[in-house]
Design a protein. Structure first.
Lengths: 244, 231, 217, 149, 231, 217
């Protein structure tokens, strides 16, 4: 009886044992990578030939923007798994990850704005890149809101999963907006066909920072997953206790 | 032989399991009356049987094949009536039934249909609708928008959908609740005919029911998170 | 496919008989245009009329969308649709088509009168009509996605606005762009609107019917 | 069997529509949906006179005239084919310099002078330290700032 | 002595008279069960008795005074439960009852009230609500929005309004329709206590009712435009 | 008067919890302002912003009025209200007050943010706030008369509701006048708006409760 009730979380439980083992490594990697990345970005990398010292915003802006996209894509993939295979962990992952994605998106927006003021001469323009990132931010907010707009958690998870899948159209638009349209935002510097257009002395810190952001994201997602699973278990036990 | 069966069906609602490890098993021509206290989970079970609610665990099968895997086929073989009548208040009883009849037609053309003699689609469904109206005593109020009908008249209109086309499985949620004695009579006769022709009916009900030869199953309100059914 | 066809006819009939929703949309459209003409004054109207007309049209179309599935959900009709033999997505398409016909078509008929009021010139009127005809179905589909996702949710309609807004902005941008611009931008914008409609048609019905099934379960 | 085939058909229809959508999008993109117009495009359309537009291109080398006592400048914006004279009296962004990409927002007057009330600097995707830029220039490998695609 | 009586009550609906020259007469402590086919006019009569529908002709009087002339006083003495529960789906059972209780308070302060000992209004109504919840077996689901309750649980919540404050006249439209056996038990007990303390209850019902000492009145479906009642 | 007070509190709570209608108004308001900014483009916004903001605000307030009594009517709550000891007119006032508070007040709070978005200047913002604060209650009352008349909608009352609509136009005209004009016209307009509100308050509740009783009988 009890085992059957827990069947739903048997799989996550196994996963969480793995995650629990990975957690300290993740934390360590985050600390080391951030230390190295910040040192490289702030002290050890040269100013830009045009932008001067302002270029250092890049070491936050670009990893944040990448993470915003990456987290969204991962949520969409998890949503597909949740809808098609009803994988219990997928639904939990989407719930755990979307606030983090929203924060990365906000970070990209804010740093972009801060960078735009000195470089472009404006905080904000409605060009295709900026607008589509704003849309991404709203999609994240909608996803989060939809998740807990229902008294029934399962229902919220399904609705949010559908939204996440619908919103996937926006991702290629963000990525390629700079190529498809005349935007004020620059085209890709790193992920482009004929190799990075960033000098290695600036590319290295950028990549280290990107790694730091990634491991930080993983760390927070694992923590949130753990608390969510614990909370669901507690609520279930409480409900069963109240029933008896 | 069991035609329609469920094993280990568990359904959570809110934070707790409303149905836990419930099983049922129905042969052709069988009528099952669901009993249980208010909130025991009768309506929930009917929605599971209809394929509207997917249980958290357990299987529901028709002739050995999962109803969720073959959702289209399952829908085409059942008729469901919930607590709500599913009528449009601005349409008359006849219009509501005509609409219900045309919802079926795509199915009745695919399958062997009981009224494939001749005539255009519209004519077929018109005859069927006329028939259903008469069979449920609605002929005199067929042209009144259902908004103005009495509760029992509206329930009869909803029930008249049962007479539109033969379906193998009837799922009825307290169908007799606002019917008068004559209406209950018509209902039990309809269920009797349905069962006699090999159909299965599952009927949630409180109080006495006049369904001949019906088997009863009581859904027990789960205590301490455990639910079961006593057949 | 008689089932979806029947739903289409039923919804149109409900719209005509009950009238409230369909007519309300046109009334709202005309009303806001008049207000606009009053509030802004003839001198400044010229430059913004096309954009204003688009926004007003969009708001009117959105107006009744938040309750698109509500009535069917509450009175049990949605259960019946979800259990009918035809696929739910087909019913969704039929329902959206009926809604579009009952709201957007009268609106398109009202547009020339409104154009007169807002002093739109002939070309702009044509562009407005074309872009509205192409853009409104997309708006309806996107709004319906929001409506289906938030069915039964707490704070449903606010949430719906939050979900739908970001998705509809691009449609508006290109729609208004088409209504404003020179012939060449119009052609581009119309192509983009067409592309958006195709994409919405491809994704929408499946997403909506999935959301509806989730709401019923 | 029938439902399975129907689901397949539906999936196919959806795919075809997505393909249509992609095709239409590509067709539209050939024309390049614009955040700004280029000087060539602006020259081709007299209809834009006295309307607000955004104009994008490079600040022509050697064309910038600044007055000593007021902010702002007068300069030419070019895309290598056509050029448009621009006057601006606001504060210029840091990145504004000759040869650099800009987007200017304002009105093209009857006299052909574009009166801007906003100047945005646009830059390309190249990042390097100043020494490297110098070295590249000396080595003659400097590609210079290109107009945006 | 007749406390509540109607004479020659005629009510048109659409094109025809649903109730024609109907009369009724109720003494203190009496329970009247309204019977009749679907659409006979039971609900209509209850709405007339409540003062919601004004008959085309005839009089309805309480202690010899027309209820439409003294509408305010009549409203303050009755409790009506229609086919619809009158609950807000987004509010919990407790919130719905709290609201119903505060609707009464202006009245219970004017009149002699059974709970005028002391305390603030809020405290009074809280105690009353708690009591009503317990009395109808709703304590465990009091905090769930009524949207998620089962049909019977919702009906119980609507019925719990009866226990909020004493009222002289209860008008109940098929109150038992979705109740389980235990719910019906509670209902008949409540009606019994009400009648014993001198209250009048009019209950529309189909099928058997377990109301002790109840008088029955059948409303006959009008034939050829004439309606009557056989007492 | 605890009854009406309780209704007032219940409706506010429903608005906050369910949010369906009340918050939707603010969402709609913000939504349309953003759309406007997009459709018209920042360049041309300056001249028309005040008028646009005013029209949008009014439309938002009107938005949910047509369904004001519908929910209560359908779920049987209106029966209970009509049978409660306090006079129905008092409940109507409570309901309208709650509706106004839940829609207009958040809207007034949102106005400054929207003004920023639409680049409104300080004076226009002030006039807009004052005219909205005075004009919206009147709109709510007039709209509620229409809503009560159409409840249970036999054709006749739709007609009656159509008669109510023109009454709203003067409110709009003076409201817009107040938001736009020079200080003197503002004063006149404000006075007229105040007079209209008084008149609406005098006639409205009685008319509405009569219409509601008719719908229930
Ligand atoms: C609010 C304003 C901004 C937003 C929303 C924004 C957004 C983004 C996004 C989403 C990406 C990732 C694109 C990809 O993965 O291909 C990105 C990359 C980048 N952004 Fe921004 N950005 C903003 C402002 C700026 C500014 C002002 C600059 C520099 C002046 C800038 C420089 C870059 C660079 C260098 C990249 C890396 C390109 C690459 O992927 O190789 N961004 N930005
Ligand atoms: N979101 C939810 N949160 C908490 N409880 C819920 C939720 N949804 C449903 N329930 C509970 O699940 C049960 C559903 O019961 P169901 O409607 O199946 O009862 P039933 O046997 O049909 O009762 P009735 O005889 O009253 O119709 C109820 O006890 C209800 O309170
Ligand atoms: N506008 C109208 N036009 C025509 N007929 C109407 C109209 N309004 C009501 N009726 C008829 O009046 C009668 C009302 O009956 P009422 O609801 O009182 O019946 P009831 O005895 O309560 O029935 P039930 O047992 O089904 O609840 C019905 O026959 C209905 O069809
Ligand atoms: Mg039930
Ligand atoms: Mg009745």
């Amino acid at each position: 009886m009890a085992t059957r009730n827990l069947h739903r979380f048997a799989n996550p439980a196994r996963f969480m044992r793995l995650a629990g083992a990975a957690l300290p490594w993740c934390a360590g990697a985050t600390a080391v990578l951030f230390a190295a990345g910040l040192y490289l970005a702030i002290l050890a990398s040269p100013p830009d030939y045009q932008q001067g010292e302002t270029v250092r915003i890049m070491y936050v802006h670009v990893p944040a923007a990448w993470m915003a996209l990456f987290v969204y894509v991962s949520i969409a993939a998890a949503s597909l798994a949740a809808i098609v295979w009803r994988h219990p962990l997928a639904e939990l992952y989407a719930k755990a990850a979307s606030p983090i994605g929203a924060i990365f998106t906000l970070l990209a927006l804010v740093t972009g704005s801060l960078w735009g003021q000195p470089m472009w001469g404006t905080w904000w323009v409605w060009d295709a890149r900026l607008t589509s990132v704003l849309v991404l931010f709203f999609l994240y907010l909608g996803h989060i809101a939809l998740m807990d707009a229902f008294d029934d958690t399962a229902r919220g998870a399904r609705a949010a999963a559908i939204l996440a899948l619908v919103g996937v159209v926006n991702v290629p638009v963000i990525k390629f907006s700079v190529d498809w349209w005349h935007t004020l935002h620059q085209p890709a510097s790193v992920l482009r066909l004929d190799g990075p257009a960033i000098h290695p002395s600036m590319l290295a810190p950028l990549l280290v920072m990107a790694a730091a952001f990634t491991s930080f994201g993983a760390l927070v997602v694992i923590l949130r997953l753990e608390t969510e699973i614990a909370r669901r278990r507690a609520r279930r036990l409480a409900a069963e206790g109240a029933g008896g | 032989m069991s035609e329609f069966e469920g094993t280990d069906v568990s359904v959570p609602r809110g934070e707790r399991l409303v149905l836990a490890n419930l099983r049922f098993c129905l042969a052709r021509g069988e009528v099952l009356v669901l009993r249980g206290a208010n909130g025991a989970g009768k309506s929930t079970l009917l929605r599971v049987m209809a394929g509207l609610v997917r249980p958290q665990s357990g299987t529901v099968m028709w002739r050995g094949r999962g109803i969720f895997a073959e959702a289209d086929a399952h829908r085409a073989r059942l008729r469901y009536l919930g607590h709500n009548d599913g009528l449009k208040a601005a349409l008359t009883a006849r219009e509501n039934l005509e609409f219900a009849a045309s919802l079926d037609e795509s199915a009745s053309l695919d399958k062997t249909s009981s009224f494939n003699e001749s005539g255009s689609l519209d004519k077929i469904s018109l005859g069927v609708v006329e028939d259903a109206l008469a069979r449920w005593g609605l002929a005199r109020i067929a042209e009144t928008p259902t908004r103005w009908l009495s509760a029992g008249q509206r329930r009869r209109t909803a029930l008249a959908r049962l007479s539109l086309a033969p379906r193998a499985l009837w799922l009825l949620d307290e169908p007799a609740s606002v019917l008068d004695a004559e209406g209950v009579e018509r209902l039990s006769e309809a269920v009797g005919v349905h069962a006699a022709s090999g159909g299965i009916a599952v009927v949630a009900a409180h109080g006495a029911v006049a369904l001949r030869g019906a088997r009863e199953m009581t859904i027990v309100t789960p205590e301490g998170g455990t639910a079961g059914a006593s057949p | 496919m008689t089932g979806p066809l029947a739903l289409f006819r039923r919804d149109l009939r409900l719209a005509l008989r009950h009238g409230s929703d369909a007519l309300a949309v046109v009334a709202f459209f005309a009303f806001s245009a008049v207000l606009f003409a009053f509030a802004i004054g003839p001198e400044q109207l010229g430059g913004v009329a096309a954009g204003a007309a688009w926004v007003i049209a969009l708001l009117s179309v959105l107006l009744s969308l938040d309750r698109l599935f509500q009535a069917d959900y509450e009175d049990g009709s949605l259960d019946q649709l979800a259990l009918a033999p035809a696929p739910l997505a087909a019913f969704v398409v039929a329902k959206l088509a009926a809604h579009w016909l009952a709201t957007a078509i009268p609106l398109l008929f009202a547009v020339p009168a409104i154009a007169l009021l807002l002093r739109l010139d002939h070309d702009a009127l044509g562009a407005l009509l074309v872009s509205l005809a192409l853009g409104t179905p997309t708006l309806v589909i996107l709004g319906a996605i929001g409506a289906a996702l938030t069915l039964g949710a707490r704070r449903g309609s606010v949430l719906q606005a939050l979900l739908v807004l970001p998705l509809e902005v691009p449609v508006l941008v290109f729609g208004a762009g088409a209504a404003f611009g020179d012939p060449e931008t119009i052609e581009t914008a119309v192509t983009v609107l067409g592309a958006m409609l195709m994409a919405a048609l491809a994704v929408g019905p499946a997403a909506i019917s999935a959301a509806l099934r989730a709401a019923l379960s | 069997m029938t439902p399975k085939r129907r689901r397949l058909t539906l999936a196919l229809v959806a795919l075809v529509m997505l393909a249509c959508a992609a095709a239409l999008m590509l067709r539209a993109l050939e024309r390049n949906i614009v955040f700004f117009v280029t000087p060539t495009e602006l020259a081709a359309e007299n209809s834009r006179i006295n309307q607000r537009v955004r104009l994008g291109g490079l600040v022509e080398e050697g064309s910038v005239l600044r007055s000593a006592d007021a902010p702002g400048a007068a300069f030419f914006v070019t895309d290598g084919v056509a050029r448009v004279g621009v006057s601006y009296s606001g504060i210029l962004p840091d990145l504004f310099r000759e040869g650099q990409g800009v987007v200017v927002e304002g009105v093209l007057g009857m006299d052909g002078v574009f009166v801007a009330d906003r100047v945005l600097a646009k830059h390309d995707e190249t990042y390097m330290p100043p020494e490297v830029a110098e070295a590249l220039k000396r080595a003659g490998q400097w590609r210079g700032a290109e107009p945006a695609p």
